[in-house]
Structures are given as C-alpha cells and as structure tokens.
Design a protein around this ligand. Structure first.
Ligand SMILES: Cc1ncc(COP(=O)(O)O)c(C=O)c1O
Length: 408
C-alpha cells in the first residue's frame, strides 16, 4: 500500500515522489502523525501575539517534515494570508496543489528561470542587482509585474545584499518600478540570535534594518510589507515585527530555544508525533550486547522491544543509548545503536508489552518531545522533525477551520 497524506477534506496527496512513497513503510507499522488542529491552534496563538503585524507560515522543507500541502491548506483555512518557502520548486508545488494566496519564495540559484514564479503570482526575494534584473526579465517574459521583496544582510552574513551594495540593489528595483516591471512589496532580512534578545547582534541588526528601509525610501521606494522576525523574533522582539513575521518552528509547536515561548506566556502544541508498533519483543540476558557494536550491554536480565524506525527514516544515530521513547504509559530508553531501519528500546524485566503495541519516539509530553530528542542528540528541534524522511508516511488529522483573524 502506498502511504499517503490524508487531507482533512478527504483528498489524498502523496508525501513525495510516488515511486519513493510506494517503497515506504506501512502506516500501521510506523508513521508521523500530524495534528492539524494543534497546528491551527499554534497559528492562532502566534497571530494574536504578533498582531497588528501579520503572520507568514513558513512551510519550506515539506513544512519542516509535516507535509507541505496539508500544512499549507490548514494554514490557509486558519486564515493565514502569507506562506513562505525557500525554493521555487516548493512554491510551484504549492501552486500546483491549488494554493492561490500570497506566497514568498527566497532561495534560488543563478541559472534558475524565475518566469514560472512570476507567472504563478509568487512573490520573490532579490538580494542583488543581478537578481532584480532577472526578475525584470521574468516580468517581460510573462508580461506581468514581478512582486519583489528586497533582502538586506543586516548581520547574519548569510543571504541578503551586503550593506555596501544595498543602494545599487534598491536603485535597480526603483528603476524596475518606474518601468512597471516590478513592484517592491517590502524590505526584509533575517536575524542571527533572536532567541537571545540581549545579544548585541540583535540591536545591531534592528538598527541596520532601519537604515536599509531609510535608504529604500530615499530612493523613492515605498516598501509596505517589511519583515525581519523568525519565530523567536516574533515571540520576543516586538521591534522586529514590522508588518509581517515569518514563523516556522513555533507553528509546529516546537520552541525556537528552551523557554522562549513560555517566557512570553505562549503555549505551543507539538504537531508531529513519531510513532510505531513494536515489531518484536525479546528477552536479553545480563551481559548480552544489543545492536551493532554491542555498545550497550544489559546489566541485568531485561526485555527489549524492536521499533521499525532508524536513521534511514531520519531518526538520528546520535540518539543511540541516549534518547527515550514512550511505551505503556512510561518512558523507555533507547538501547544500543540506532540502525538504518530499526532501533531497540528497553522495556524492562517486567515488561507486559506484546508485538503490535505502540511506541512514541517523540510527540507531546508526557512522551518525550522533539525538544527532548534534540537536547540528547546535540541538535535542535528543527532538525529532529525536518529530517524525518519520505519513507515514513505522514498521517494528517484534524484541520477544522480556525480563523486567526485578518492581518492588519
Ligand atoms: C529566511 C527564513 N525566514 C524565516 C524562517 C523561519 O524560522 P523559524 O523556524 O525559526 O521561525 C526561516 C527558517 O529557517 C528562514 O530561513
């Protein structure tokens, strides 16, 4: 059976390439359960927190592993005006799924033709004179006005125009506007340390952003939808919100960093639960090793359960012998090395579990959360959910309409 995303309206959308999906795990055996009601609730609470700024739901990277199309539809149904993606492929996949709302795409290479994006009414980021001129070309090809968000590098030193190039970028865009080829929707940037408001880079980036806006206005532009904040910025930094915030991780119910959401009284609900059935349960005697390399030796007679998920599914190998799962109403430790397709949990000598019983690797407390897994694996919650691969079927639940209200 081919695993599919089951959408709230009853439609079914393959998680990814049908050939890959056809080779996936049976959804009864293991799946990522995606709670679209929790997603909508997170969107609603975040929208209320940042108002009057509007909320962009960031759905890049298959909605951080939660399913691009299903999450996009749920976000639209919840009243979210803006979606954000990294790649043109993601943007066009959304358009092919029927999405017609405002959509920003921000990462592409020099050889990519931007015409399909402009033709599909996608807002596009530009961070150089070349990118502005590519958009002018795309506007000519498609006989449409290209909507552009000009990106300034305010200090992350990743994407974005260097400050010294900014006047030229703005000038090129202003000329494009005069020719009726482009419309500058806004100026934008990205924060480096938003989860740490006292870090000196925050004030520096806010100031640099203000300066960039000033230069844009001096050049005759009228950018009205300006945005700088990610989830942490949206939660912690009112001065970073401007007219729009781009929230990803918090919408999936994961704290951008420990304690951030709670510090401003925002309660987030985890959206993804990674669960599986036990496919074997067996006794291991004291002194016997478990899994490759025998890195864990049972100190006493015990019982282990086999979970059919491994690093081939995106479960981090760093979870070996350090992460915990949830089975039978209690936390059970991962024992030994995580393999490509499977891992073992210790159920304990008195385990009552049978083959077929449920194990949650991560989800909502009291089960371990993605943040718990991130901590023991030395990574971030973002990576824990996003890396769950296409072999794991996504099953979407809920998604009833929850209106977050019209953005200001
Ligand atoms: C440019 C940009 N904006 C917004 C986001 C969303 O960030 P977060 O998931 O921290 O809210 C990301 C994600 O990394 C991003 O790359």
């Amino acid at each position: 059976m081919a695993p599919v995303n089951v959408l709230p309206d009853g439609g079914a959308v393959p998680t990814t390439d049908p050939d890959v999906v056809a080779a996936g795990t049976h959804p009864a055996t293991a799946s990522a359960e995606v709670d679209l009601d929790a997603y909508a609730a997170n969107l609603r609470v975040l929208a209320a927190h940042v108002a009057p700024a509007a909320l962009m739901a960031v759905v890049k990277a298959d909605a951080y592993g939660h399913g691009l199309v299903a999450c996009a539809r749920a976000a639209r149904a919840a009243g979210v005006e803006w979606l954000g993606v990294a790649t043109p492929g993601e943007a066009l996949a959304l358009r092919e799924s029927g999405d017609e709302g405002r959509l920003l795409c921000w990462l592409y290479g020099p050889d990519e033709d931007l015409s399909p994006l402009v033709a599909a009414d996608v807002d596009v980021s530009a961070a150089s004179v070349e990118q502005v001129s590519d958009l002018v070309g795309a506007a000519a090809t498609t006989e449409r006005v290209a909507r552009v968000h000009l990106k300034i590098d305010t200090g992350l030193h990743r994407n974005g125009s260097p400050v010294e190039d900014w006047p030229a970028v703005v000038g090129a865009a202003a000329e494009g506007e005069r020719f009726g080829a482009v419309e500058v929707v806004g100026v934008w940037s990205h924060l480096a340390t938003a989860e740490d408001p006292d870090h000196p880079s925050v004030a520096a980036q806010l100031a640099a952003f203000g300066d960039a806006l000033e230069v844009a206005r001096t050049e005759g532009l009228d950018p009205r939808t300006n945005h700088l904040a990610n989830s942490a910025g949206a939660l912690l930094l009112p001065a970073a919100r401007h007219q729009l915030v781009r929230a990803g991780i918090a919408t999936y119910g994961i704290d951008p960093a420990p304690g951030v959401a709670a510090s401003v009284g925002v309660a987030l609900r985890p959206v993804m639960t990674l669960r599986a059935q036990l496919v074997a349960v067996k006794a291991v005697a004291a002194g016997e090793g478990v899994s490759y390399g025998h890195t864990w030796i049972a100190p006493a007679d015990t019982v282990v359960g086999l979970v059919p998920l491994g690093y081939g599914d995106g479960v981090p190998r760093h979870a070996s012998s350090v992460a915990e799962a949830w089975a039978g109403g209690r936390r059970v430790p991962v024992r030994g090395r995580v393999c490509m397709d499977q891992l073992l949990v210790e159920l304990g000598p008195d385990a009552g579990e049978q083959v077929g019983e449920e194990v949650v690797l991560f989800g909502a407390a009291p089960a371990p959360t993605a943040e718990d897994w991130a901590e023991v694996c030395g990574t971030i919650g973002y990576e824990i959910v996003t890396r769950i691969g296409p072999r794991v079927p996504r099953r979407h639940h809920g998604g009833a309409r929850v209106d977050v209200g019209a953005p200001a």
